[in-house]
Design a protein around this ligand. Sequence first.
Ligand code: DQA
Length: 149
Amino acid sequence: MNSILLLNGPNLNLLGTRQPEVYGAETLDMIQDGCVAYGKEKATEITCFQSNHEGALIDQIHAARGRHQGIILNAGAYTHSSIALMDAVFSVEIPTVEVHLSNIHAREDFRHRSYLARAAIGQICGFGSLGYYMAIDALVARFDQETVE
Ligand code: DQA
């Protein structure tokens, strides 16, 4: 069975109450439960982890090697600042989809730059929680493609 690591970074544990007009009304638990159920439909195991700490996220990315075939990463504000997280994604060579609930390109200038985008296979932003499901679809399609090749 294919396995995807779903990683969420700082402040995303507050979803539901954090600026719902920007990030939506769903809690992280609701999103994670939905993704696990959606993964089951696609014969894909989804392992969820959230941390407010950069190093803890990096440790999870390192530990994903040999365990997960794909990573979905919403690194929150670390997206715009963390060369270390970008390096971690480059290092493990696991296809990684960058996700943001909000459209970071329509927001403040400092959110337009993503270090992670250099290391990710693609970026999905602006679709709220739907973006996580789109990322699962993108990775599953890639797994299927690899099986055919
Ligand atoms: C975010 C966008 C980031 O700019 C912000 O710092 C977040 C959430 C999003 O999901 O839209 O924490 O990653």
